[in-house]
Design a protein. Structure first.
Length: 660
């Protein structure tokens, strides 16, 4: 196979296309591969999109914007907001989410892509009104993240409980700015008393609404009374462009659990404000208030920093005296080696010893002994509590994983390549996915919380986005259609009207709310909340971070996948049945994979209820392939996958395998 310095061997989909593979196998000239960066773009090349930049004479930054990650408020993705900001001539952008950092990673990557500075912060839902906060530096980011976590976890799901203003100010310790907008003008003295005049920024909101003039006049009075108070101008842009404003209007109507026609008096007259250049904002506020824009630029220059957060490390494993993590891992491996290879051929045992020594040296070189100790501990907990489990994926290529009991496939006799699982050329930690009995997986997750603590362990989120059915349903609700008619449209019984289709098309793909990843868990040596806030999940007893797996990878958080598999429950039932009727204890790793009767059954297509080969495609392929050994089954399972199917390789392979 072809070697790619960035992606390793070309087994990883995007690293080696079918067209490229065909050229290699045909001996044709293949274009030289160029290394890629973490975004999948050619490294060392300016990959920033070319924008139509407006060169504003008046410098300006947006300190109080909102993207689609401010759920049911923002009407544009962070990348669209960043692009529009560049087109308006802005030099920095702050996209604030409500009670969280949901879109921080996306906003940071978008800003980097378009050459913008980023100011991080969040909106806090207090009893009186929403309080926007801007982080001055990474310390402020950590303090604000911890504050949000405590507020999220002290109440129930969808309920945040912040302490008093004085307590918030004490926890943030002068590391964040407060944006005091019109909602706080009547309590400006309380804010200044709690946070200090140096950390309060009076917010002149250029909202393009009739209330602007009154708000400006009231803010001028506050400045006259408190001359040391700094003031900035913002637009509170919830949209990137004018055409997005109607989507913001619909989202905010949904957030108020109403429709646009009923909630219109409470919403912005144009739906929302969109990003504007400094020249336009200056014309609205007037030359006399030019300092508002200059002050906003100064604040952005002070607060902007890159999201190069130092992610927490894995917990240090508690090892016996005289051991470090590596020596203790090696001790456990060699203790268990004899048991796992007790009934194997002497030649295989000798090969396995050399392979285990090699794998341990790679694990030590890459600094991952602690990772394997954590995974081994999870598997040991499951076995001690009679929970059937098994590692999946490339972990099956590792003899160390087999010896530790993480996987049940002996990799050497199967001819599996360890480097596909772990090698010095691969970046990041190994990826070991573990399947547990679906009915008892919750016990393992709760064990993780008990062992490492809720502040040091949490599940990974899944950002739920609008699909067609949900988009049509919410679009129709926002436009005020009756529920009975909406149900018919969302089920596809009748086509929705044009206005619903048009709004649904805008909603599709936008974040709707936060879900929970199927099994991803992050475990750290210190508080995860120093990097990303934690909140309660819908499922009782689960807590989840506010980022998905891509966000975790970008920040360097190590994820463990603890997955539930119903077939393991069925296998456990059969193992118990065999033990009850014959007295024999069945171990999956001891099963004979060469039993001819099994392959005869599968070759006849009798595979209903057999895991991974019971689909229609598999049932039709088995009689044609007629698997006669374990490797044939490996090929059978690998063949009926999206890649080979879309690449058109299934039928040619079956023909070649059966005719030659």
């Amino acid at each position: 196979m072809e070697w790619n310095a960035t992606h390793g061997l070309g087994f990883r989909g995007a690293a080696l296309s079918w067209a490229r593979l065909e050229r290699i196998l045909s001996g044709k000239k293949v274009p030289e591969l160029r290394p890629l960066n973490h975004l999948g773009e050619i490294a060392g090349v300016d990959n920033r999109p070319k924008c139509v930049r407006y060169y504003s004479q008046q410098p300006f930054v947006e300190l109080h914007g909102a993207s689609s990650y401010n759920f049911l408020k923002g009407a544009a993705e962070p990348e669209s907001m960043a692009r529009a900001a560049v087109e308006c001539g802005l030099t920095a952008l702050s996209l604030l989410d409500r009670d969280g950092f949901y879109g921080v990673v996306a906003a940071s990557e978008a800003a980097d892509k378009y050459g913008l500075n980023t100011v991080f912060g969040a909106e806090l839902s207090l009893d009186h009104a929403v309080l926007p906060m801007l982080c001055k530096n990474p310390t402020g980011y950590r303090n604000l993240s911890l504050l949000i976590t405590h507020a999220q976890l002290c109440g129930d799901k969808d309920t945040v409980c912040y302490p008093s203003l004085e307590s918030i100010a004490q926890q943030l310790a002068g590391t964040c700015y407060v944006l005091a907008g019109p909602e706080w003008f009547d309590r400006i003295d309380q804010l200044v008393s709690a946070f200090g005049v140096a950390d309060v920024l009076l917010e002149y909101v250029v909202g393009m609404s009739p209330e602007d003039a009154d708000n400006f006049e009231q803010a001028d009075e506050i400045i006259a009374r408190m001359p040391k108070l700094r003031a900035v101008a913002t637009t509170r842009a919830c949209a990137a462009y004018r055409e997005d404003a109607c989507l913001a209007l619909a989202k905010q109507a949904l957030a108020s659990k109403s429709c646009v026609s009923r909630a219109y008096g409470q919403l912005h007259p144009m739906g929302a404000t969109w990003l504007r250049s400094g020249d336009i904002v200056l014309r609205v506020v007037g030359e006399a208030r030019k300092s508002l824009l200059d002050q906003a630029v100064a604040v952005a220059e002070e607060c902007a920093f890159e999201l190069n957060l130092v992610a927490p490390q894995l917990p240090n494993w508690d090892v016996p005296d005289g051991h470090d993590e590596y020596s203790w891992l090696a001790e456990i491996v060699w203790r268990r080696f004899g048991h796992r290879y007790a009934n194997r051929a002497p030649e295989l045992v000798a090969q396995a010893q050399h392979q285990v020594e090699y794998e341990l040296s790679i694990i030590k070189q890459l600094g991952f002994p602690g990772y394997f100790l954590i995974v081994s501990d999870l598997v040991d907990f499951a076995k001690d509590n009679n929970i059937l489990c098994q590692g999946r994926g490339s972990a099956a290529n590792s003899a160390v994983c087999f010896v530790l009991g993480i996987t049940n496939v002996e990799p050497i006799s199967a001819g599996l390549l360890f480097e596909r699982f772990l090698s010095p050329e691969r970046e990041g930690p190994p990826d070991i996915d573990i399947d547990f009995e679906s009915g008892r997986r919750e016990e393992v997750i709760q064990y993780v919380y008990q062992k490492y603590g809720r502040e040091n362990a949490a599940q990974v989120a899944n950002v739920v986005t609008y699909r067609r059915k949900g988009a049509i349903r919410d679009a129709a609700r926002a436009l005020g259609y009756p529920q009975g008619i909406i149900d018919g449209w969302s089920r596809g019984l009748t086509p929705p009207p044009v206005d619903v289709e048009r709004l649904a098309a805008k909603l599709r793909g936008h974040p709707r709310h936060l879900g929970i990843h199927s099994g991803g868990v992050v475990i750290c040596d210190r508080k995860v909340a120093e990097v990303v806030p934690i909140e309660w999940a819908r499922k009782e007893g689960r807590s989840v971070i506010q980022w998905d797996k891509e966000g975790c990878a970008a920040a360097g958080l190590v994820k463990f996948d603890l997955l539930g598999l119903g077939m393991l429950e069925a296998l456990h039932h059969m193992i118990d049945l065999v033990a009850e009727t014959t007295g024999r204890t069945v171990e999956l790793w001891e099963l004979d994979t060469s039993e001819a009767a099994v392959y005869e059954m599968l070759s006849s297509g009798d595979a209903v209820g057999v895991f991974q080969v019971e689909s229609r495609a598999q049932l039709s392929t088995l009689p044609r392939m007629k698997p006669a050994c374990f490797f044939d089954l490996v090929v059978e399972v690998a063949l009926i996958r999206p890649g080979p199917i879309q690449g058109g390789s299934v039928h040619p392979y079956v023909f070649a395998a059966t005719q030659w």
